[in-house]
Design a protein around this ligand. Structure first.
Ligand code: NI
Ligand code: MN
Length: 223
């Protein structure tokens, strides 16, 4: 069983029986954040790209003992700042207790708040306790999502905020390619420029036969 807790914006905590993974832990300075970095103790921090609203509290969580798993560029940056990191790139997979993860492309950009280059932006498929979860990162719609859908996804975590990523219409088109059992909309309502109606989005997804819920920050679903 995998428990997926939405922490706000693009931050998601995925807890399996042996390993807990946080993806894109932007908590401090996130007006939506359910908790601060002191409240979670992940084994792995997966960072899809270096933008501040994804990199977030990565170093704080690394100081508490988490391993940073990301692009080569983000891993090197994290190590320079005292973190323990594992450097990867798109297409690579990494095994951990109770599962594995694999990085996929995302159509976006990736630079740190200080302007350093973060490598290519990525999405990630997490396989934990037999459940397959795709976190798209920040991305536009792209047709290769069909190949990710061929994996047989239990959950797709998709940005719907528009402006910086897909908006709701493109995220619905993404669902046709991904064909997950459930969808979790993220990356909306954190700031005025990405305001969207999450409940309306999941209602449109349900009409396509995809389940899911627009979780409030702090809410969880079990797969
Ligand atoms: Ni971004
Ligand atoms: Mn973002």
């Amino acid at each position: 069983m995998a428990k997926v807790t939405f922490l706000g914006h693009a931050a998601v905590l995925v807890a399996g029986s042996a390993t807990t993974v946080v993806i894109d832990p932007f908590l401090t300075d996130n007006p939506q954040a359910a908790v601060g970095p002191e409240a979670i103790n992940p084994d792995l921090v997966v960072v899809t790209h270096a933008h501040g609203d994804h990199w977030g509290d990565t170093l704080t969580l690394a100081q508490k003992g988490a391993l940073v798993v990301s692009t080569y560029e983000i891993a090197v940056y994290a190590e320079k700042h005292g973190a323990k990191a594992f450097a990867m790139n798109i297409g690579g997979s990494y095994e951990f207790a109770g599962g594995q993860l694999k990085f996929y492309p995302a159509w976006h950009s990736s630079s740190f708040p200080d302007g350093s280059y973060g490598g290519m932006p990525m999405g990630v498929v997490l396989e934990l306790d037999g459940k397959k979860i795709y976190h798209a990162g920040d991305t536009a719609l792209f047709s290769d999502m069909k190949m990710i859908g061929d994996l047989g996804l239990d959950l797709a975590i998709l940005p719907i905020g528009d402006t910086f990523t897909m908006g709701p219409d493109d995220a619905l088109a993404a669902l046709e390619l991904l064909r997950p059992k459930q969808v979790l909309p993220i990356h909306y309502n954190t700031f005025p420029v990405i305001e969207q109606d999450g409940a309306a989005f999941v209602a449109r997804a349900a009409a396509m036969g995809v389940g899911g819920k627009a979780l409030d920050p702090g809410e969880a679903i079990e797969l």
